[in-house]
Design a protein around this ligand. Sequence first.
Ligand code: SAM
Length: 271
Amino acid sequence: MAFSDEPISCEAAMSDICRVYELEGVQRVTGETIRPGGLALTQRALALADLPAGARALDVGCGAGATVAYLAESGLRAVGLDPSAKLLRQRDNLSPQLAFSQGRGENLPFAAGQFDALSAECCLSLMDDVAGALAEFARVLRPGGTLLLSDMLAGNPAGLTAARRLPLSCCVTRAFSRAQIASLLADAGFAITFWEDNSEALKQLTVQIIWEYGSLANFWRCSGEDGAEVGTAVAALKPGYFLLLGRKRDTKLHGEDTEHAGTAIRNTSSA
Ligand SMILES: C[S@@+](CC[C@H](N)C(=O)[O-])C[C@H]1O[C@@H](n2cnc3c(N)ncnc32)[C@H](O)[C@@H]1O
C-alpha cells in the first residue's frame, strides 16, 4: 500500500496491552505523545538522522499521530500505523492530509523497500513477536534506510523475570536490556549507528505521574493492577529509556558483517 489514507476498517486483533495507552488518565499525563521524551526526543532523532526532504517515513505504533504530524511538518512524506482504532480516531485534530493505517508492527501492510525511514517510539516493547516485528521493519525499509527507535530500557536486566510475571503487560514490564536490543537488531539486519540513554525523560514523566496520581502505586492501581506489587517489581528493574538509530544493512549476513565491520557507534551514554 502506498501513501493513501486507508479507512480504519479492521478491528485488528489487539492484545490488552494497547488499552493502557487509550486511558484518558494516561494521556492526560503524557500529553500529545504517549511516552517519555515527547516531541523533543523525536526532534532529536530526526536531527541525528538528517533525512532529506521528501523522504518516505513510517511511524509504527503511532498512537494518536503526534509524531506523524511532526514528521510531515519536518518535510517528510509520513504515514502512521497503529492497532488501536480508538487512538487512531483521536487524530481528528490533525490535518486530514496525513495518512494513517490500522495494523500491527508484526505484520506491516506495506510493500518491501517502500520507506527511507521508520520510527517506532515506545511500541516495539509491546509487540508480541519483537523479532518478527524487526524483520518487518527491515523488510519495508530500503537498503541503507534509517530506523529511529526509542523504548524502555531495563537498567537491571535481572529484574526482567519478575516484571514479566506481572499480570500487567505494558512497555515498562517488557523493557529491553541494552544487550538484548543490540542482539535483536543485529539479527534483523540493522547496524546501530547511534545510542543514547534518555532515562532522564522517563524520570520527568514519572514525576508528572506522581503529581497527577499522588503516587506511582496509585497510578498502577488506576491501570487496574495491584499497585504495590507492580511498583516493587518495576523498581527492581531500574527502568530507563533509550534512543537509538539503526541503518538497514545492504545485505543481511550471518556471522560477522564484513561490509560494515568498521561502522562506528556514536554513543552519548553507557547505560
Ligand atoms: C506508549 S504508546 C506510544 C504511542 C506513540 N508512538 C507516541 O509516541 O505517542 C504505544 C503504542 O503502541 C501501540 N501498539 C501496541 N501494540 C502494537 C503492535 N503490535 N504494533 C504496533 N503498535 C502497537 C499502541 O496502540 C500505542 O499506540
